[in-house]
Ligand binder design. Structure first.
Ligand code: G3H
Ligand code: ZN
Length: 281
């Protein structure tokens, strides 16, 4: 059932777990997330990166919303990493009311002004806003931030940011990165704990691909209620396509697409279990 993102995050807080937000690009991605969520009886978020939104437009958004509406599991649809008014307008016009206003590349006061403006607009539609403070290194679709430009979230600034913008969820930078971690991930848990102590809205951890069970558990214990996962799901999709397309004789397209759904579904289901969401639907 289509459920507001903020309701899902509050349910997660009350239940002591976190919800996975899985980036999808097309029907196969949507089928994989819904099937995994239903098999696990665990809530999940269908997430669209702006590049996917620009490619798929209103039909893609409507497909995600319909899938969420038709599921017996609580699901929401969320626009990821948006720094452009145009993308946000496109999403809102298509019926999305859960938006990440990503002003993390802006100077602090500009981030406050941008995020505050998006929040006022989205709240007028009773929607949910996530924003980011600090800056995450790594690559996701067309967004690349080199390590020297990454910035960790400052706990005091986080409190000021939440106060001044009125956002519903805060994405934190504590050493997490987008894409594949080079070596073992190192997360700054004392920083996460300090952030959690200063603000009382749900926290979000991007770059959840590749994080261990121990790191996920500690993050949840310090207030993370949403984990963003893209790389591992995307890799499962691409590897499955590559393997099937290499077969001879060439397989049917429906069978290739079916294998891709199965590959993504198994990653999504394992994350739903890892995040403690199974059985919470
Ligand atoms: O916004 C989406 C994510 O933060 C995904 O990160 O690709 O490293 O899993 P990931
Ligand atoms: Zn992200």
């Amino acid at each position: 059932m289509l459920t507001p993102t903020k309701t899902m995050l509050h349910m997660a807080r009350d239940g002591g777990y976190a919800v996975g937000a899985f980036n999808v690009y097309n029907l196969e991605g949507v089928l994989a997330v819904v099937a995994a969520a239903e098999d696990e009886f665990g809530p999940a978020i269908l997430q669209l990166h702006p590049e996917a939104l620009r490619h798929g437009g209103k039909p893609l958004v409507e497909m995600c919303l319909a899938a969420a509406r038709n599921s017996f599991i609580p699901m929401s649809v969320h626009l990821d990493h948006s720094a452009s008014d145009e993308d946000i307008r496109l999403a809102l016009d298509a019926g999305l009311v859960s938006i990440m206003a990503d002003g993390s590349s802006m100077a602090y006061d500009d981030n406050v002004a941008f995020t505050g403006g998006v929040t006022a607009l989205v709240h007028s539609k009773d929607g949910t806003v996530e924003a980011e403070l600090g800056r995450l290194a790594g690559t996701e679709d067309d967004l690349t931030v080199p390590e020297n430009l990454a910035k960790l979230t400052d706990p005091d600034q986080a409190a000021d940011f939440v106060d001044r913008t009125g956002i519903d969820a805060l994405a934190v930078c504590i050493g997490n990165v987008h894409g594949t971690y080079s070596g073992e991930p190192v997360l700054d848990f004392p920083r996460l704990q300090a952030i959690e102590a200063r603000i009382d809205i749900p926290l979000v951890l991007h770059g959840a691909s590749g994080l261990s069970q121990e790191m996920i558990g500690r993050s949840i214990a310090f207030g993370v209620r949403k984990f963003n996962v893209n790389t591992e799901v995307r890799q499962a999709y691409m590897s499955s396509l590559t393997a099937r397309l290499g077969e001879s004789p060439q397989p049917d397209l429906s069978s290739v697409m079916g294998s891709a759904v199965d590959a993504m579904k198994s990653v999504v289901a394992s994350k739903i279990r890892l995040f403690g969401t199974s059985g919470k639907g």
